[in-house]
Design a protein. Sequence first.
Length: 384
Amino acid sequence: MINQERIKNTLLDLVQISSHSRKEKDVAEYLRKACEALGAQVETDDAGEKVGGNTGNLIARFPGTVQNAEPILFSSHMDTVIPGEGVRPVVEGDIVRSDGTTILGSDDKSGLAVILETIRAAKDANVPHTDIEVVFSICEEVGLLGAKHVDESRLRSRVGVVFDSDEPDILFTRGPSSDAIEFKIYGLEAHAGVAPEEGISAIRIAAEAIAAMRLGRIDEETTSNIGIIEGGKAVNVIPNLVTLKGEARSLDEAKLDAQTAHMIECVQAACARYEVSVDGKRTKARFEHTLNRNYSAMNVSDDSRAVQIVVEAGKRLGREIKTMASGGGCDANVYNNKGIECANIGTGMRAIHTVKEWIDVRDMVASAELGLEILKLHSEQARR
Ligand SMILES: [Zn+2]
């Protein structure tokens, strides 16, 4: 029932419409037309204004053929990472790849195409379904900002599926909490050649702090990184300020807290080693830090409705859907925290966030077949 040629063409259309985060308007317009042609009521929410983007999340409501039943949520994101403008897809049989100068944008345009194809196929074949609420979100790639600004009181679904990962038979049900951490390390400025004794190098302190930090993979559930370091003005000036920006993620809140505490201790210990006296005035190195929650963990149980419906739909298709933990966050993290239970199913996207990105259209077909079976199953459960 899934039309392979049509889903491929939808993907090709979508990847050729540029949509870096905060610039999703043109893709939103394409999707609005497609959804309206399928009978949906479509609105754009105010998330765009809140995050400084050129459009909000697109919310499409497809009326069900089964009445008075709880709706189901389908979601994928409209934005892509850079370099994603002027994508020229290369098609080799069932494989679609970028031409090597940009990403392809199958993250997450494959998800958009899968959702559209699922609904098109449901209409074509008169597959019974409940109301379907679709959220095409903005700014997923820059901190799940679109999903965070979804007003959940405007959605009736309490269960759903996010289409935003690789293997079509893997359902990501667990994802980490992520904290952003930023340090400002203050030393003391001095002439590096004339009076180095009178200075405290913030760069040196930063180096010692980072060298002492456990970073990278901390354990099975926890990772951490310092990704940005900025500081210094001139080679003959002892630098008085360095900024470090990093993150820590864990499936376990206690481990996440332990990691951020460890990072802070490392900076504290390095600062504590440095102080100077200049003209009787003592100066100690010092630092400030800020800790912000990027997003909170997703932890959907294998017994939950959101998982059971996907696994059961897979079984009906003769497929074994496996649940797994992811090292990344996605819109599903946010929806779960807003009371809409959902996990993240694959669409076939590969080598994402690189110029080698590619996708096998047959994986998208498999994902849409699963989507269609989920719609059927959900409508049967609603009628029971
Ligand atoms: Zn994505």
